[in-house]
Each structure stands twice: as structure tokens, then as C-alpha cells.
Design a protein around this ligand. Structure first.
Ligand code: AHR
Length: 654
């Protein structure tokens, strides 16, 4: 062989070897010893009434402004009938919680009525039945009511009637069968005859709701939550807990009991962002604290209510309750614990039972404040914790690290949380995908003796596009997956994590990205949703070490990984993220228990189109696929696609 050829061959072999070294890393997984248990709460949900997540979203009520309590009492309604044929009057009855009703005087015998537009229209389905109800009192004469579902061309697609109104306030109900599917239907009410009638709480619900509960939640949306098998449900937010000012803070006691008596208030996201104003955004509280607890129970999630700590949003008014006036706020938490867990002989436990749930809701965690910062928060938290820890040592009270992921405010709050012996600290980060990749090792050096971490709100924020869902790119989801391997690897410190926010109505959102997008009839799982699902449905029971050259895999060759065992199914579960635009092979070397089968299951989500996103009503661009791979021996080679998340489930010998 000529020297030239020899050198060429050597170069080729060496280059090949380097290439093999660079591509074929070996992840040594210790299957004999576990590092820490994975908390059952590890992967959970953050629900906030933002983006029309409650009214106009998961709460299946189709009538907007059903009780005429919006600032403009006829917002969402249009009057029908000949001009001067009668009168429409808004009466303020001084009833504390539901003061207004509508009085219709029709004394010429001509038809008069109203049309409700719903929440950017009403989504109705062919073959579905709709329950219509209203509170009414006939003051004079005799009027009959025609109730119609009308599509946007004016065609009637469902009809019924209500008659024989009496002179006392009563609830009247009827059922409408719908003959067509329409995303933007409306509800038309027409009164005929001569007389005067007063109406309130005009309502329309589909018959089929989540678990068939009358006047309940949208089944398709709750199903998406249930499919995540969430460890916890945080509610009701978010900034909504704080209110723009204290007056508009979330007060759970006003959200329980008879829906007719739940006092509607403005939603703080109504005018929060001038570029996304939603003047028709209010909180009817049809979805209130009882329903949140029930929802948590239904989907197997531990309830985590967050309550106000005597502070309004610090980004808005920073309104504070003086330190010596916090008692009612603390009492709210004590009463909530009684509502959730108390005996049915107690005041609040009895209300829970009267509402239909005598058994306790098994509340174990309560958040005190949402995104507060500064000494004003710490001073208040101290006062809360003194009472709460003493009265309820069985409950974990969660403190917050504020809105920032690091920096002076963050450090200050963490130091105070340690001093106050807070059991769990809520961290928030809405950052670029790049930040997520760089922070995949964020918790590796956290103090193991201090409070546990609740990554309570996080999402990678990618560039914005025209479509509502366009910020939920595959790039953002992949970056979250990389960071989540770091959450999992540190399960001895990170006890809980939730993507935020959860829902976005494509026609009425304020904040994006969101985990699930929906319109009036359909919904879309985002790439971020699938990443959450791949982690939460493969949570395992214990973390094990997974090391390359003695170190965790945090970005070497653009790879990230974590591993758990599932002692219930006797499996090793490995999550691997490849953020490079080329495929790569990773060798898994099992140190300890060996595979019990010659096959493993893989779930893979991959796309080289990092800008891809899923849209409501369109075929999915990004979705996981499942496959099987033959395995033999101690070493398993997994081929990781370019830009992918792969979850491998390997059956282990006992
Ligand atoms: O998730 C949206 C908002 O982000 C939450 O309400 C708040 O806590 C955070 O600032």
C-alpha cells in the first residue's frame, strides 16, 4: 500500500472512530439502586380562568351573561321585535349576589324577544339535546315563550317552548333536540301574547357533559385532562387569585352553594392586555371551588387550591391588606380546609355534603399567595403560616418564589422560604426554548435539605405567529422535554411540576402559548401537551441514575436523558431527548437488573420542522407514535430521531 493510501485509510478509520464516539454515547443506568421516589404528584395541571378557560371553555354553559350582571347588563344579548312594541327594563332588585333581572313588558300583543350570542357563538351538535332553563315571574297577563337554536344563516335547528308562567319566581325548564352541527349558533327567545314577565339566569347546556353531570363541564376538554393522568390540579390560578385589586381577588366562598347565588365578578384578564381586550370576560363561578374539587377527584389529581394572602397583583395595583387585618384571609383558608375535609357536622363540611359530596375531598396542600414578591409577601406569609401550621400540621402550605426564575427577588424569597421552613416553594418560568435547554441541569445543585420545589408555572415561549396556536411549536415542546428530564432526575427535590396556562380559546385568548387549544366544538392537543403526556403517563415510581462518563446527560451532543423504574410494572423507563437536527444512536447499558423480555416499547415524537404546531380542526402535525424494538443482552441501542423525544419502556427481571 502506498503511503498516501495508508494515510487516507488511517484518517478515515480515525474519523469513523471519532464519529462513533461522538454519536454512540453509552448511558449507564443503575437498575439496582434507586435514588428517590417519584412523588405521585410529580406531573400535574395548572388551571386558571384565563383565555376563556372556564366560562366559554370547560364550563359547558352556552349563554353568555345569563344573569344580566355584566357591567353592561345586556352585553351578549340583542333585543328582537318591533320598535315600541314593548319595553325591556333592567331591574336592580338589591339582592346582594344576583341583583339584576330583565323585565319585559309586552302590552300590545306583538312578539318580543332576545337573542343570546353565546361565547363567540354557541357550538352545537346534531343529535345532541340541550337543556334550557330560566328563572321567571309573570307580573301581568299571560305570555308564552318560544325557545330556538338558530344557525348563523337564521335557520332554526332546535326548538321548544315554555308556557304557564306564574306570579312567583320559579325555575322553568325544557329540552331542545338539535338537528345540525354549527359552531356559531345563537339562542333566540320569543315571547308571544300580552303581559309582563321578569326573567333571570337564562341557561343552555348540552345534555352530554363530563360524566353526564347536569349543567356540568365540557366532556371533550375534561377527557384531555384525564388522559394526562395528572398528579395534581392547581386551581384557580394564577393571577386570578390575586385580582387586579383586592376587590376582584378570587374569593372561594362566593363560588360555592346554589349557582343562582354565586356573585358574578369581572375576570381580571378582561382588560389586562390592551392588544387582547375582552370586555365580555366575567366569572359566573358556575365552575367554582366545589366543581374544582370534584374535577380533581374525577381525574385522580390531588387538589391544590391557591388562596389570596392579602395582596392584590403586584404587577397591577399592589394593593395590600394591613398586617393586623389579615384574619379574614387566614380564616378563608381554615374554612376551606373544613369545606374540603371537615365532618359533615361542621358548617363548611355540611355545605360540601349538601352540595352532593359528604365524603371528604382529601385536601393535603394549599398555596398561600400566587406570584408575590418582596418583604410585603414574607411579612404576610409569616403571619399566615403561624396560624395555619399550628392548626393544620397535616397540610402542606406552599409558598412562592415570585414571578422570576432567578435574580435578587428570587434569591431573597428562597432564603426566606428556608428560614420559614416552608415545605414547598412555587417557582415560575416563562422563558425562551434556549433558556430551557440551558436550565436542564437547574436543580442538580439545589439544596437537598431545604424546601421542595413546585415548578408551578412554566412554558417555553417561542416566536409568535398569526394563528392562536402558533406559539406552541415543536421547538418549544422539545425544549420543555429537555428541562423535564432535569425535573425528573431531581425528583428528590422537585415534587411537583405543571405547564401553564392550561387552556386557550382560539377566538378569545389573552395569553399564549397554552397546553390545549379549543373552539366551541373541538380541541387540539399541542406538541407541549404530548410532551407532558409522555412524561406523566410514564412517571414511574423511583428515579435511578443514568450517566454518560459519570455525568448526567444534559446537552452533551445535544442529548438529554433521565430514567426511572416502575416498581408496579417492573419496568425501566428511559426518557431521551435529541435536540440535534440529525439522528443519533444511544447505547443503554443496564447495570443491575436486566431485561426480562426480548422486546421493549417505544413512544416517539419527532419532527425536523421545529416550527410545526397543531391546530384546532386540522390534522395533527406533531403527535407521538408507538413502536416495539427487539433487544438482547445488557446493552440496548436506541436510535433517536432528529429533534425527538423518545420514551423507552424496558421490562426488567425481578
Ligand atoms: O399563566 C399566566 C399567568 O402567568 C399567571 O396568571 C401568573 O401567575 C403568571 O404571571
Amino acid at each position: 500500500m502506498k503511503l498516501k493510501h495508508f494515510l487516507f485509510l488511517m484518517c478515515f478509520l480515525l474519523a469513523g472512530e471519532f464519529a462513533v464516539n461522538a454519536q454512540q454515547k453509552t448511558l449507564v443506568i443503575n437498575t439496582k439502586t434507586t435514588v428517590a421516589p417519584i412523588q405521585s404528584t410529580m406531573w400535574g395541571l395548572f388551571f386558571e380562568d384565563i383565555n376563556f378557560a372556564a366560562d366559554g371553555g370547560i364550563y359547558a354553559e352556552l349563554v353568555k351573561n345569563r344573569s344580566f350582571e355584566f357591567y353592561k347588563p345586556l352585553m351578549g344579548w340583542k333585543k328582537t321585535g318591533e320598535e315600541y312594541a314593548g319595553q325591556f327594563q333592567i331591574v336592580n332588585s338589591q339582592n346582594e349576589n344576583n341583583p339584576r333581572f330583565l323585565r319585559i313588558e309586552s302590552l300590545q300583543g306583538k312578539d318580543l324577544g332576545l337573542v343570546n350570542e353565546g361565547f363567540r357563538g354557541m357550538g352545537v351538535s346534531s343529535g345532541e339535546n340541550y337543556f334550557f332553563s330560566l328563572m321567571a315571574r309573570q307580573d301581568q297577563g299571560a305570555l308564552a315563550l318560544k325557545v330556538e337554536l338558530v344557525d348563523s344563516t337564521g335557520m332554526v335547528i332546535g326548538a321548544s317552548e315554555v308556557k304557564n308562567f306564574t306570579g312567583k319566581w320559579n325555575k322553568y325548564e325544557t329540552k331542545l333536540a338539535c338537528s345540525a352541527t354549527h359552531p356559531k349558533a345563537s339562542l333566540r327567545l320569543t315571547f308571544s301574547g300580552k303581559g309582563v314577565i321578569e326573567i333571570d339566569m337564562v341557561s343552555l347546556f348540552p345534555e352530554h357533559t363530563w360524566k353526564g353531570r347536569k349543567n356540568g363541564l365540557r366532556a371533550d376538554l375534561v377527557q384531555k385532562l384525564a388522559d394526562l393522568k395528572p398528579g395534581f390540579l392547581r386551581f384557580p390560578g394564577g393571577c386570578i387569585v390575586e385580582g387586579h385589586e383586592l376587590e376582584t381577588r378570587y374569593q372561594w366562598k362566593k363560588t360555592v352553594g346554589d349557582v343562582n347565588d354565586r356573585k358574578l365578578i369581572v375576570n381580571r384578564w378582561n382588560t389586562e392586555f390592551s392588544y387582547r381586550n375582552a370586555p365580555d370576560y366575567f366569572q359566573s363561578y358556575g365552575l367554582g371551588f366545589y366543581e374544582y374539587f370534584l374535577l380533581s377527584e374525577d381525574i385522580g389529581a390531588a387538589p391544590l387550591p391557591i388562596l389570596n394572602c392579602g395582596m392584590a397583583c403586584e404587577f397591577n395595583t399592589s394593593e395590600l391588606v394591613p398586617l393586623d387585618k389579615l384574619d379574614p384571609y387566614i380564616q378563608d383558608i381554615l374554612d376551606l380546609i373544613e369545606f374540603a375535609n371537615g365532618a359533615t357536622t361542621t358548617k363548611w363540611g355540611k355545605l360540601r355534603a349538601d352540595m352532593g359530596h359528604p365524603a371528604p375531598f382529601n385536601l393535603k396542600m394549599v398555596g398561600v399567595g400566587n406570584e408575590q414578591w418582596g418583604t410585603q409577601y414574607v411579612d404576610r406569609l409569616k403571619i399566615f403560616l403561624k396560624v395555619l401550621n399550628e392548626k393544620h400540621p397535616e397540610i402542606t402550605f406552599v409558598g412562592g418564589a415570585g414571578p422570576y426564575s432567578d435574580g435578587q427577588d428570587f434569591e431573597y424569597l428562597w432564603s426566606q422560604m428556608r428560614e420559614l421552613n416552608v415545605k414547598m416553594v412555587d417557582e415560575h418560568y416563562y422563558k425562551s426554548p434556549d433558556w430551557f435547554l440551558k436550565n436542564a441541569g437547574r436543580y442538580d445543585n439545589y439544596d437537598r435539605k431545604g424546601p421542595k420545589v413546585f415548578a408551578g408555572e412554566y412554558a417555553a415561549h417561542d416566536k409568535e405567529g398569526k394563528d392562536a396556536e402558533s406559539r406552541n411549536t415543536w421547538k418549544s415542546a422539545l425544549a420543555e422535554a429537555a428541562l423535564m428530564t432535569g425535573l425528573e432526575r431531581n425528583a428528590d427535590v422537585v415534587y411537583m411540576a405543571s405547564y401553564a396556562p392550561l387552556f386557550g380559546n382560539i377566538k378569545a385568548w389573552q395569553w399564549r402559548p397554552d397546553l390545549i387549544w379549543f373552539d366551541n366544538l373541538k380541541s387540539a392537543a399541542t406538541p407541549n401537551y404530548y410532551v407532558q403526556k409522555m412524561f406523566s403517563t410514564n412517571a414511574g415510581t423511583d428515579v435511578v441514575t443514568a450517566l454518560v462518563d459519570g455525568k448526567p446527560l444534559i446537552g452533551q451532543d445535544s442529548l438529554y436523558a433521565s430514567a426511572v423504574v416502575d416498581s408496579k410494572t417492573s419496568e425501566l423507563v428511559v426518557k431521551m431527548v435529541n435536540v440535534a437536527k440529525k439522528p443519533v444512536s444511544l447505547t443503554l447499558s443496564l447495570d443491575g437488573k436486566q431485561p426480562s423480555s426480548q422486546e421493549m416499547n417505544l413512544q416517539v415524537v419527532a419532527s425536523q420542522n421545529l416550527g410545526a404546531f397543531n391546530q384546532v380542526g386540522k390534522p395533527e402535525e406533531i403527535a407521538p407514535i408507538e413502536k416495539k424494538q427487539k433487544i438482547s443482552g445488557k446493552k440496548i441501542i436506541v436510535n433517536l430521531d432528529a429533534c425527538s423525544l423518545t420514551v423507552a419502556r424496558i421490562p426488567l427481571k425481578k
